[in-house]
Write a protein that binds this ligand. Sequence first.
Ligand SMILES: Nc1ncnc2c1ncn2[C@@H]1O[C@H](COP(=O)(O)OP(=O)(O)OP(=O)(O)O)[C@@H](O)[C@H]1O
Ligand SMILES: [Mg+2]
Length: 390
Amino acid sequence: MDLSFLDEDNSPFAFGRIAVGETFVNRTDEKKRLALNFAHKVNTILISPRRWGKSSLVKEVGTAMNKAHKQFRFAYIDLFSIRTESEFYEAYAKEVIKCSSTKFDEWVNNAKLFLKNVTPKISISADTQHEFDLSFDVKDIKKSYETILNLPERIAKEKKIKIIICIDEFQNISSFTDNLAFQKRLRSYWQLHQHVTYCLYGSKRSLLIQLFEKKNMPFYRFGDTMYLEKIQAKYWQPFILNAFAKTKKKINLDQIDRIINLMQCHPYYIQQLCYLVWIRSGKTVKDDDVNASIEDLVNQNANLFEREAESMSNSKIAIIRAIASDNHSGLSSADIIQEFKLGSSANVTKTLKALDLDEIIDKRKGEYFLIDPSFELWFRKRFLGKRITL
Ligand SMILES: Nc1ncnc2c1ncn2[C@@H]1O[C@H](COP(=O)(O)OP(=O)(O)OP(=O)(O)O)[C@@H](O)[C@H]1O
Ligand SMILES: [Mg+2]
């Protein structure tokens, strides 16, 4: 196989992994607010639908702060694959220990020193210098909540550092067994910490709101809540133009605007669509390259969307139809009920809630919209007979 086409420039677009460095667009205000919160020990709750850039933003700020001031240390914990309280403690202790030093030997020493009454099992991988794992005996954990949950505070004080603990997909704790007691436990220790700040983020808006905005919940008003927005077109335009230009390809402003409009400023999908256009095009991007790439992107997801739609109730489809036929201007629940004769308002409210939990729709400023622009394009074609391309 001739692989000479691989000698061309690296792709200037990234999707499906965290956007860093040159692929990271704007977010100047959000970066500043997060950095200020972290520096001034204000706990932060960051919420947005999937793939709008929460993880990228937190990582970008963390990397920059740590580079500028070594006393800021970031521990990143992802609850995506953590299903129990004990798994949480292991991940928590491990990441806190890891952020406290860049030296491998110190990790082991610190684990032994700061966790001595929990007697952690420490495993070190022989082949690489940097694999380090901790596990606890479940019986010990019950006696040692305090040692584990106060670990970052004690290390930060002792080593004169500031630890920022970033917990991704935080809404997952609401599916742990006895999670209310667990939340109370976390809150009771964390609120006393003076050298540790927490950044808790995730995408299931309704679950996160339950955790942080319900008066009777332990995490009620735990910190500053930021609703992350998409990235505005005016920031995407120069990024896309420049990304093509520096890899010696030409794209015109109309084509850029079509990409941005069709993907409704959605960070993941703009990067994906740009990538598809970029690999398809020659030196100059043709309109057909853009059209074919959009078809490609929607077709990639069509099977999944088809299956999703098949399992939906008629009232869900009716509501999606109402939102999708409105050309992105956004509908309030009253509009939806009135204009589309969708039955009783109680039923519509119930269905809207279910669609929100499924992460199909979201609500901003009282108006609903479909989260996934490629699903919207697919839906409009499949259910409303609209063309995908403009
Ligand atoms: N600031 C940014 N500039 C450019 N692209 C971005 C930016 N933020 C996010 N993206 C794009 O969006 C994709 C998703 O970003 P990220 O994983 O940070 O989102 P997320 O909100 O954490 O998603 P999830 O809810 O699935 O965890 C990235 O792979 C990247 O393509
Ligand atoms: Mg993420």
